[in-house]
Every structure is written in C-alpha cells, then in structure tokens.
Design a protein around this ligand. Sequence first.
Ligand SMILES: NC(=O)NCCC(=O)O
Ligand SMILES: [Zn+2]
Ligand SMILES: [Zn+2]
Length: 484
Amino acid sequence: MALLIRGGTVVTAETTVRADVLCDGDKIIAVGPDLEAPAGADIIDAGGQYVMPGGIDPHTHMELPFMGTVASEDFYTGTAAGAAGGTTMIIDFVIPSPQQSLMEAYKTWRGWAEKAATDYSFHVAVTWWDDSVARDMGTLVQDHGVNSFKHFMAYKNAIMCEDEVLVNSFTRAWELGALCTVHAENGELVYHLQKKLIAQGITGPEGHPLSRPPEVEGEAANRAIRIAQVLGVPLYIVHVSCKEALEAISRARAEGQRVYGEVLAGHLVVDESVYRSTDFEFAAAHVMSPPFRSKEHQSALWRGLQSGNLQTTATDHCCFCAPQKAAGRNDFTKIPNGTGGVEDRMMVLWDQGVNTGRLTPNEFVKVTSANTAQIFNLYPRKGTVAVGADADIVVWDPKGTKTISAKTHHQNVDFNIFEGMTVTGIPSHTIAAGKLVYAKGELRTVRGAGRYVNRPAFPSYFEALKLVKDINTPKPVTRAAAAE
Ligand SMILES: NC(=O)NCCC(=O)O
Ligand SMILES: [Zn+2]
Ligand SMILES: [Zn+2]
C-alpha cells in the first residue's frame, strides 16, 4: 500500500528541501514537489513539520541476561518504544558467555529478536579467544551480515577481554572487513577500586562512580586506540562519557587514525549528582557504566559532537526495574548496570541539541541516523530520505512538546532517567518499512514486523585504510651478499 507524506520539509544529512515523499511497499519511491497520491494511498499531512530518516540506535541491549538477571525490555516492547520516539532501527548486541560458541549465541539472539516491531541488526561480542572464535567470526561476517564485533574492556571475571583477545580479534576482524568496537573501561582498576570502596564501608550507589573514575575510561580508550593504531585497523568506541576518552579519540583523529566515538543521550544531560541521592531506588536506577559524569564532562561531550570527533548518538538501552536493582542494596557492585532511553533519545537530542543551537537539523540527522548508517555500512539503505532507501521515516513536529515520564512512556521499565524533562520537538508520525507504526500518540506497531538487516563487510573506509597500510608496509633492506 502506498503512503504519501505531503507538505513537509525533508531534512537529510546534506540538504533541507520542501518536498513530498512517496513510499510504496517498504521503499521510498519518489521525493519531490507536489507528488500525486496513487489511488488508495494513505496520506500524512506534514505541513509545518520536518521529514527525516528514522533514528538508528546503534547500542541497545534488549532482554539481555546480565549480572544475574535479564533486562526487562524485550525486542518487541523495546523496538515499539523506539518507534514511539522516532527510532526505526536498533543495532543490539549478541554477547556470548566466555567459552560459548559465537554462532550458538548469535542463533539464540536471532530467536529472541524475531518479535521485534522494527528493523534490527547485531554486533557480536568477542569475550574469549580460540580458533573456533576466529572461524565463527568468519561465518558471521560472510554468511550472516555481521560487520562489527564488540569487546568489553570492563566486567572482570565475566565478559572482560584481556589485551591478547583484543589483538587477536582486531586482527581477525580486519581480515574480514569488520569494525571493532570497545567498551572502554580498565576492568582491573574498576575491580580494585570496587573492593577498596566496599572495604571502606562505601556500599551504596555512590560507590559506583567512585569505582569508575574518568581516568579508568581514558586509559582503556587510549589503550584500545593505540592497539588499533599499531594494527592499522579502524575502531569504534561506544558510550564515550568523559573528557579523557574524548581527548584520546580527538588526538587519534587529528593524527589521521580512523577512530569513531559514540555518545549516549543520558551522558549528555544527566549528571553524577544522582548517585548521591539518599533515595536508594533513585540512585540505583542510574547505575550504568560508564557512570554519569560532571557537567564539565557533559559540555565536553557536546563539543565532541559539534566538532565531529564524536559521530553517533545511542542509548545503551538496558533496562532493569527497581526489584532487579535491589539486588545491590547492600553492595553497589551487585546493582545490575544499565539504564533506558530508546524512546527518548531523539527528543532529548533535538531539545538539547537543535533548540540550543548546538546542532542544525542536518547535523541532528547525522548524529541520530546517517553517521551510524555510514559507519556500519547501512547507507544509503538507511540513514537518508531518498529514492530507493528503506521507508523508515520520522515526521517531526518542531513545536510539539511533551514531558518525559515513566508514567507515560512505552518502555517496559519503571524508571526514566529523563523524568520530568519537558522537550520541544517530538515525532508526530513514525513510518517503519513503509508502515505507519506511530501516529500522534498512538502506537500501531506489529509484533514480529521488524526484519533482520544484513550489513555487508568492508565499508568504504577499509579501502582507504588498506591504501595507507600498503604505502607504509615496511620493506626489507637489500644488501650486497657478503664476500666469501
Ligand atoms: N552500560 C551498562 O551499564 N550496561 C549494559 C552493558 C554495557 O554496555 O556495558
Ligand atoms: Zn558498555
Ligand atoms: Zn551497552
């Protein structure tokens, strides 16, 4: 069935034009002035509104088994909540337990995700190493459309990677044309600080940020960057939360290294004071890693986005309800790490980014969809409004307002880190794969309508890096044979 979005202003990463958008099936088939509606087409009036690519959240954890419990948001509720906020695709994480086969874990996650309402894809975590892991990485890239692997440098005694795993996995991913990503925190230092704080009697959530200071993140970010530099491979750092990590990324980029950085909506607007609340439930609800930081770090992150040293925004949507967080009432190290936001990211970014003049609407598109699509090789299928692209679109009302609250959100969690924030700039309609899935407050998602999206290997920056490598390949010195 055709769908015509009429009378809006189409905003992509590059251009802003008054145009109608015609979708047929799951694709955009025309963008231009005064398009005629085919017989029987649905028509959306986008007068006074922006028509933009649906958001892509490159970092979510739906129904993740983690720290002795399972994230409360599943692939249906999470993608539906995303649609209510203008997000039409997520890239979630397959996280095998150490010694578990990557393929087995991947199949398990694919099964869980079949209920998704909008499109999705997977990064796969490398949590251990042997020849079977190298083999499975090949199968995932060549046969299953996975083009990114994740490495946790934190969570000692669980899923943390030592440097040896990083070196092996980065090397293998390069051969396969896949991008390596890291959660950059020095897990050894976190573990040391956690034990010290508990011994000092600091058992509440205030211990969480004290055990994960910015230096711990800066060290790991810099280490991963230097490992990637020596190996000559690209690198993507997830949830950059502090100046120290941002400085490492900015320096590497200034030196010509291909390093990408992601920032979470939460890290841009929530500050560390939340952990000192006397209300355990409130403080624990904010426990996520890396933790929320000071306003000084927040300002640096905004500048990172503005300068282009950070390219993508995400949420790390990983929800746990109060009874789950209560597992750490007497020991902050046992509070399941994670917070939500898949529904709120676009509105928070618009309100605090575009409405403050930090970002133009085109830059908003870059950091909420287009850059992610380019880095993870989904562009121009996703991340733009153009003929031939997937009909994943958000119609954005720049004057619409709402107050974010756990009482009204669609996310399956009892808390919202943006609680009480009144945002201006909200989606009026969300279209996913050509279907209207959200219209003026009404969710119309269908369980299982989302599709698994294959992401081809070798994004274009691999070609560029290969040239650099070839030019810099060390050559042996030719010497005259020694006299007999
Ligand atoms: N971020 C967080 O606290 N939980 C989810 C797992 C991760 O990304 O580290
Ligand atoms: Zn992480
Ligand atoms: Zn995460």
